[in-house]
Design a protein. Structure first.
Length: 172
């Protein structure tokens, strides 16, 4: 099959559409008896939708409404959960206080409306205006966890200073 589209029942439990190029590259959409719809590319499952409506991106058996191979997922309650396992990270280092403080002081909280949601007020930051330490790639989005890490580092130091000042007051 060169550069063709084939619609078939692959076996008794899977039916689907397979697209093959003359180079041998394939893409497919398959539906199986478990009522799972799978979209694949290069003979690898890329997107899975299960019978409950859960969507997996490079996850063949999603446990959440949206789950990605990185471990990030959205819960049934709509909470976005970032993957944060040490297993997924490298070059781990302590966030230096001076870097965190500089980033915190450069953040400019704003109140705004999204252009497609003019009746709802939001508070937050403008991605293009945040300091480099908490900026992401093309600066069109933010990771709130980056900002939380900066806040945590600065607050930890403030708590240490408060304890020190309280000890001084007690000594007077």
């Amino acid at each position: 099959m060169n550069g063709n589209i084939q619609i078939h029942e692959q076996n008794s439990s899977v039916a689907g559409l397979m697209i093959t190029q003359s180079s041998g590259d394939t893409g497919y959409i398959m539906h199986n008896r478990a009522n799972t719809l799978t979209i694949g590319a290069g003979s690898v499952d890329r997107i899975t939708i299960d019978r409950d409506g859960n969507v997996g991106i490079a996850v063949s058996r999603p446990k959440y409404p949206l789950e990605m191979a990185s471990g990030a997922h959205v819960t049934a309650g709509g909470v976005w959960t970032n993957s944060s396992s040490r297993e997924n990270k490298e070059n781990i280092a302590v966030l230096q206080l001076d870097s965190a403080t500089s980033a915190l002081m450069a953040l400019e909280p704003v109140i705004f409306n999204y252009k497609n949601e003019v009746d709802e007020d939001y508070v937050g930051f403008i991605a293009e205006d945040v300091p480099e330490l908490v900026a992401i790639g093309d600066r069109n989005a933010l990771s709130t966890m980056d900002i939380v890490a900066v806040l945590t580092r600065v607050v930890q130091e403030q708590q240490n200073k408060i304890k020190e000042l309280e000890a001084r007051l007690d000594a007077l």
